[in-house]
Design a protein around this ligand. Structure first.
Ligand SMILES: Nc1nc2c(ncn2[C@@H]2O[C@H](COP(=O)(O)OP(=O)(O)OP(=O)(O)O)[C@@H](O)[C@H]2O)c(=O)[nH]1
Ligand SMILES: [Mg+2]
Length: 177
C-alpha cells in the first residue's frame, strides 16, 4: 500500500501517526528522499481468525524529482492512499492523473484507493463528474480528532483486505477447477 501526494502535504506525518512511530505534530519539515517503508500491525474487526493485519505503508516523496521511482511502487501494491488539499482546485487534476496511473490502470478497484484531506475539516470538494467521486474520503485532522482518523483508516483497510481475500479465493478456485 502506498501514500502519494504533492510534497509537504503531510504524508510522513500521517504514516508516522498510523504506525505509532511518533506522537509529535508540527515538527520541522524533512522532505522524504524517494520513499520510506513503515510497517505496523492492527486489529481489524473483520479478521475472522483474530490475526492482526500486517500493513506496510510506502511513504513516498511528493517531489517530482523522484518521479522515476514511482512506477516501481505499484508492484504488488494492494492499496493506494492519495493525500490532497481540497482547498487547492489545481490539485484535483494531479490526483486524478495519479488515480488513473496507480489505481485504474493497475487493475485495482476503487475501494482499494482512499483520499485523505489532511489537516482539514472540509467536505471532499470532489465534483460528481470526477472519477474520484466514488472514492472514500477521510478528513484527517490529527490535532482535533486523531482516533477518528485511525478508525476511518481501519475501515478503509478492512475494504482492502476484503478485496484481496476475495481475489485470492477466486484464484485458488480457478486453479482447482
Ligand atoms: N501541526 C501539524 N503539522 C503538520 C501536520 N501534517 C503535516 N504537518 C507539517 O507539515 C510539514 C510537512 O509534512 P510531511 O509529513 O513531512 O509532508 P510530506 O507530504 O511527507 O512531504 P514530502 O515527503 O516532501 O512529500 C511538516 O513540517 C509537518 O510538521 C499536522 O497534522 N499537524
Ligand atoms: Mg514525506
Amino acid at each position: 500500500m502506498f501514500c502519494l501526494s504533492l510534497f509537504q502535504s503531510g504524508k510522513t506525518v500521517l504514516a508516522n501517526f498510523l504506525s505509532d512511530t511518533t506522537e509529535r505534530l508540527g515538527g520541522e519539515y524533512r522532505p522524504t528522499q524517494g520513499v520510506r517503508m513503515v510497517s505496523f500491525e492492527c486489529d481489524l474487526e473483520s479478521s475472522s481468525d483474530h490475526q492482526p493485519c500486517e500493513v506496510t505503508l510506502w511513504d513516498c516523496s511528493g517531489n517530482f524529482k523522484f518521479e522515476s521511482c514511482w512506477p516501481a511502487l505499484t508492484t504488488d501494491s494492494c492499496g493506494v492512499v492519495l493525500v490532497y488539499n481540497p482547498t487547492v482546485p489545481s490539485q484535483l487534476r494531479e490526483i486524478e492523473s495519479w488515480f488513473s496511473m496507480f489505481v485504474s490502470s493497475q487493475g485495482l478497484q476503487d475501494t482499494q484507493c482512499v483520499l485523505v484531506a489532511h489537516q482539514l475539516n472540509l467536505l471532499s470538494g470532489i465534483p460528481s463528474a470526477s472519477p474520484l467521486s466514488s472514492l472514500m474520503v477521510i478528513q484527517s485532522n490529527l490535532e482535533e480528532n486523531p482516533e477518528a482518523v485511525r478508525q476511518h483508516f481501519y475501515t478503509y483497510l478492512q475494504k482492502v483486505v476484503k478485496v484481496v481475500t476475495e481475489s485470492r479465493e477466486r484464484d485458488e478456485m480457478s486453479i482447482i477447477t
